[in-house]
Design a protein around this ligand. Structure first.
Ligand SMILES: [Ca+2]
Ligand SMILES: [Ca+2]
Ligand SMILES: [Ca+2]
Ligand SMILES: [Ca+2]
Length: 412
């Protein structure tokens, strides 16, 4: 083939594997020099391009697809520890911790368009003590529940307040735990049997363990505090979700050998009557914490967590399409060089997940929001390679979305 033959077209291949031979291979002949494709679910892929006829393939390049990243808080104070959930009217709720009032309080804001635009910031607590680490969920009767840790009783305990009308009015603040040890890091859900579950971390046994309590009457009364873990090493930061098969999952972070399997779980197939023995999730990373777990709208389980080795931290995630029997390889969601930690997760339409997390990329800690695996990839600048079929430049992949650019592709 004459190396100077003018290209008559281009061929692009995109595949989850770098060998370009999987069942999901995208193999497209282009009549012009740009190509745009949406990736609703594929989070990572490899691409290459060649000129036709007979050009050589470019070096393969890898990219991770993500949607726009939105800064949700802009106050110069510390905004941290977020939780996020969707309600049955399609509203996305964000609760987080800010010290802008002079001490830690719970704040919230909402989005009616799946996270594209957000309401003003509203203050939920105003006590002079520390109020932080919110968890949020909506019950089937429409009641919105916010549970958090407050030191106002003289030590950290769980408190909650509720709203029956989408935040127009709120209940008084109610104390949920009363033990003099530290009770914090709550998670809250309602399971399909209408039972409310609050799961948290307490050191009342002499070390950090996972505890829970439940209410079968919409919070009118609660079960006794119940200890779930008994290992003498640290068990902390629980998350709770119900998989599509009805099993209740509690996932938490452990601090024990082997240190590269940091997340343990138990699950119950009988609404919490009995639990399987605790076991490690197949996530092998060091320096990780703060697992979050939700059931997506396509019945996948989403697990997100922090991987933080100061000063850099990233939010990672994995999904399971078989009720937790197997998990995808971990995907790194954030790419900013700096601190990206403490994710919150919410199910969005179309099987997507919204992630809120703490980042210092604006110069101080703020809450950011993004949607993994929802962007588009567009190849551009192929127009400069018309002269010779073997002189294609290195492909430039740009992860595009309607409102933002997330330039975190990297060459293979
Ligand atoms: Ca406070
Ligand atoms: Ca306490
Ligand atoms: Ca323990
Ligand atoms: Ca801030």
């Amino acid at each position: 083939m004459d190396q100077r033959t003018r290209a008559t077209g281009y061929q692009i291949q995109i595949d989850p594997t770098p060998t370009f031979d999987s069942a999901n291979l995208i193999d497209q002949t282009l009549t012009n020099t740009s190509y745009t494709r949406s990736f609703p679910t594929s989070a990572r892929a490899t691409g290459r391009v060649r000129a036709l006829p007979g050009g050589n393939w470019t070096t393969a390049w890898r990219f991770t697809v993500a949607g726009p990243l939105i800064q949700l808080t802009t106050d110069a104070s510390t905004d941290d520890w977020s939780a996020i959930t969707g309600t049955n009217d399609g509203t996305l709720w964000l609760a987080w911790t800010s010290d802008r009032s002079g001490n830690d309080d719970i704040w919230y804001k909402t989005s009616a368009d799946d996270g594209t635009t957000w309401s003003a910031e509203m203050q939920l607590t105003s006590h002079a003590s520390s109020d932080y680490l919110p968890a949020i969920t909506q019950a089937s009767d429409g009641m919105l529940w916010v549970v958090w840790a407050s030191s106002r009783s003289g030590n950290y305990d769980l408190w909650y307040k509720t709203s029956p009308d989408g935040g127009a009015t709120w209940s008084i603040e109610t104390q949920l735990t009363t033990h003099t040890s530290t009770d914090y890091l709550p998670a809250v859900i309602q399971t399909s049997d209408s039972k409310l579950w609050v799961v948290w971390t307490s050191d009342r046994s002499g070390n950090d363990d996972i505890w829970y309590k439940t209410s079968s009457n919409g919070g009118a009364s609660w079960s006794a505090d119940t200890q779930l873990t008994t290992n003498s090493d640290s068990d902390a930061s629980p998350a709770i979700a119900q998989s599509a098969d009805g099993a209740i999952w509690i996932v938490w972070a452990v601090d024990r050998s082997p240190y590269d399997t940091p997340f343990y779980y138990v699950k119950s197939a009988d609404n919490g009557l009995t639990w399987m023995p605790e076991a490690a999730l197949p996530i092998t990373q060091y320096n990780v914490s703060y697992p979050r777990l939700i059931l997506g709208t396509d019945s996948r389980l989403w697990l997100a967590w922090s991987n933080f080795y100061w000063p850099n931290g990233h939010v990672w995630y994995a999904t399971s399409g078989d009720n937790g029997s197997s998990w995808s390889a971990p995907e790194q969601f954030t790419r900013f060089v700096g601190k990206n930690i403490y994710p919150g997760l919410a199910a969005l339409p179309g099987g997507k997940a919204g992630v809120a997390w703490t980042s210092d990329r604006s110069g101080n800690d703020d809450i950011w929001f993004g949607i993994p695996a929802s962007g588009r990839i567009s190849t551009r600048r192929l127009t400069r390679c018309g002269a010779s079929i073997n002189q294609l430049p290195t492909p430039t992949a740009t992860i595009r979305s309607p409102s933002a650019l997330a330039p975190w592709m990297r060459a293979a």
